[in-house]
Design a protein around this ligand. Structure first.
Ligand code: DC
Length: 232
């Protein structure tokens, strides 16, 4: 089968996009690129420099200036990539609850979206990439050959995020994660620019009752079917 050059996976927080994306990318020898880390990096740098998250212009300036890099892992601690901001390793800092609580707001700012999505598009158009996010199939790479929209209920997603945090030894409360996730869903799907929604030509997969293995297998079957349709 001729493989799609670019694969996009969009969907809400903790729907399993990164697990699926990494696995597909590894199996095809493609680059895996989780675009959420860029929004998280801007948010973390703003918080660590005591920049008020409500100061839209300052955050937009920061997004334009900051050098975000995603590189192969150098430490074996469960990470899928090293995330660097201006050379500093911030791989785990960007996953903390303060970032979770602020990142959706940061990602509503037009200047932030413009700065980050143009970098994402440049990388995506090189091809051989699995790109994961909220607006990849709709805005960043609308011409991608294969698009998945991975969904799951907010309760299931909060449960997954809770287990991940506990496994890393972080003391978190399920209820707080659930509330934070509901707030993020609301902001991500109702913002004016590039709201979270499936692209018209995306295949929608609900992962609520599926294991990670089943989601992966289903995706490969769907990719094969869609490739056959295109080549006929
Ligand atoms: O996928 P994630 O949870 O790491 O994403 C963090 C936030 O970044 C999410 O709340 C919305 C934003 N985001 C976005 O607006 N567009 C993307 N392509 C990726 C993430």
């Amino acid at each position: 089968m001729s493989l799609p050059k670019t694969i996009t996976i969009d969907g809400p927080a903790a729907s399993g996009k990164s697990t699926l994306g990494k696995r597909i990318a590894d199996s095809l020898g493609y680059l895996f690129f989780d675009t959420g880390v860029m929004y998280r990096a801007v948010t973390w740098i703003a918080l660590s420099r005591d920049i008020d998250i409500n100061m839209k212009h300052l955050i937009e300036q920061l997004a334009e200036k900051i050098d975000i890099d995603v590189r192969p892992t150098t430490i074996d601690d469960g990470r899928v990539a090293d995330i660097l901001a201006d050379g500093e390793d911030i791989t785990w800092q960007i996953r903390n609850p303060e970032v979770d609580a602020a990142v959706s707001q940061v990602s509503t700012y037009p200047g932030v979206r413009k700065a980050l999505s143009s970098q994402q598009r440049r990388i995506g158009l090189r091809g051989k990439v699995v790109m994961v996010g909220r607006d990849i199939g709709t805005i960043v790479l609308p011409g991608a050959e294969f698009k998945i929209y991975l969904d799951a209920s907010v309760e299931e997603r909060a449960k997954r995020r809770y287990s991940e945090c506990m496994a890393r030894g972080e003391m978190v409360k399920y209820k707080e994660i659930l509330e934070s996730m509901r707030r993020r869903d609301q902001i991500d799907s109702t913002r004016d620019i590039a709201p979270l929604k499936p692209a018209r030509d995306a295949i929608i997969l609900d992962s609520d009752r599926l294991s990670a293995d089943q989601v992966y297998e289903q995706s490969l079957i769907l990719m094969e079917e869609s490739t056959k349709k295109i080549s006929h």
